[in-house]
Design a binder for this molecule. Structure first.
Ligand SMILES: NC(=O)c1ccc[n+]([C@@H]2O[C@H](COP(=O)([O-])OP(=O)(O)OC[C@H]3O[C@@H](n4cnc5c(N)ncnc54)[C@H](O)[C@@H]3O)[C@@H](O)[C@H]2O)c1
Ligand SMILES: CC(C)[C@H](C(=O)O)[C@@H](O)C(=O)O
Ligand SMILES: [Mg+2]
Length: 346
């Protein structure tokens, strides 16, 4: 049946536009003739902020709400005070559209180099809470700039917010062959939030007797991600711990240029948003060195979310094949995009 995807595209800053162009190229190439994509590009990010002082207006948020999904490159620029775009654009979207499942799969593709010794089997998914925790902006500064300055950044954890993401993680774990869920937190120190998370996992877990659960403090989790990554299947964790461990997860599975993510609103009330895990990489912007694979894999997550499973799988197969043939010869952003587009089309 013919259908069309009403896609919002936010290329953003730095390497964002470079990698998004490749993601769109592969998207166009993979779709069958009866599925059309109608893209609307939103010119948001550093340039816009310099010109107007705006990051994301309420009117734009309303327009974005009408799309089936959002593809985002990256935001953040050295000429803009740190946090302005990250909070005013990226987090505003995640919060407004209730992207409470920040889905970050980590797989070591065959023949892809990991800095870990041996040839570890790595195939886990991090379900990172996306709307609460220390990210909510619940803090402030007193006596700013003085020796007596005090700054707070209070983590917010609600029973409602924790339960909905924990339930999603259990659902994902029960659908995977290993059926294992690891809660990562720091409940030996952050006892208030940590115990809410622990009790919630225990309680919801009773409804999933076929899923084995365990618990790791986040510091110990960083050890095992390096020494024994094969022990992980589904990890559920709070917003900040999830941010940190998913950069580490990327590093052990071939690098940040391969790590994809989806900011999912599971109820479907709002559009979900797909983006590489990496940032705007100002150090390599404009050089053609950015690897667009993370964005292309994020397009696969987007297609799967929209029910186009066969097309999502074709992209992942193309990436697997491309990675298997990669050698030390560096290819440009564009060349990798062309190669992946050719594979999915052919
Ligand atoms: N989702 C997002 O939009 C997002 C995510 C992370 C950081 N940021 C922002 O991006 C800016 C830069 O942050 P950072 O330097 O901490 O993180 P970063 O992910 O942009 O870069 C970290 C390192 O990884 C490299 N790298 C990143 N993506 C790559 C790719 N596709 N191919 C090859 N190498 C790649 C960079 O060159 C850099 O050396 C900051 O403003 C930050 O706030 C945005
Ligand atoms: C830029 C920043 C707000 C963001 C986060 O911390 O979630 C980024 O690091 C990420 O991992 O997507
Ligand atoms: Mg991050």
């Amino acid at each position: 049946m013919a259908r069309s995807i009403n896609l919002a595209v936010i290329p953003g800053d730095g390497i964002g536009p470079e990698v998004v162009a490749q993601g769109l190229k592969v998207l166009e190439a993979v779709l069958p003739a009866d599925v059309k994509v109608e893209s609307t590009s939103y010119d948001l990010g550093a340039k816009r902020w310099h010109e107007t002082g705006e990051t994301l207006t309420d009117a734009e948020l309303e327009r974005l709400r009408g799309h089936d999904a959002i593809l985002l490159g990256a935001v953040g620029d050295p000429t803009v005070p740190s946090g302005v775009l990250e909070r005013g654009l990226l987090l505003k979207l995640r919060f407004a559209f209730e992207h409470y499942v920040n889905l970050r799969p980590s797989r070591l593709f065959p023949n892809t180099a990991s800095p870990l010794a041996g040839d570890p089997e790595i195939d886990f998914v991090v379900v990172r809470e996306g709307t609460e925790g220390p990210y909510v902006g619940n803090g402030g500064t007193m006596r700013i700039g003085t020796p007596a300055e005090v700054a707070t950044e209070v983590s917010l954890n609600t029973a409602y917010g924790v339960e909905r993401v924990v339930r999603d993680a259990f659902e994902r774990a029960s659908a995977r062959p290993a059926r294992k869920l690891t809660l990562v937190h720091k409940n030996n120190v952050l006892v208030h939030a940590g115990h809410l998370w622990t009790r919630t996992v225990e309680r919801v877990g009773r409804e999933y007797p076929d899923v084995a659960t365990d618990y790791l403090h986040v510091d110990a989790a960083t050890i095992f991600l390096v020494t024994d990554p094969g022990r992980f299947d589904v990890i559920v964790t709070d917003n900040l711990f999830g941010d940190i461990i998913t950069d580490l997860a990327a590093a052990i599975t071939g690098g940040i240029g391969l790590a994809a993510s989806g900011n999912i609103n599971p109820t479907g009330e709002f559009p979900s948003m797909f983006e590489p895990v990496h940032g705007s990489a100002p150090d390599i912007a404009g050089t053609g060195k950015a690897d667009p694979t993370a964005t292309v894999l994020s397009v696969a997550l987007l297609l799967r979310h929209l029910g186009l499973e066969a097309e999502a799988a074709r992209i992942e197969e193309a990436v697997t094949a491309d990675l298997a043939e990669r050698d030390a010869t560096a290819r440009s952003t564009d060349a990798i995009g062309d190669a992946l587009a050719a594979r999915v089309a052919g």
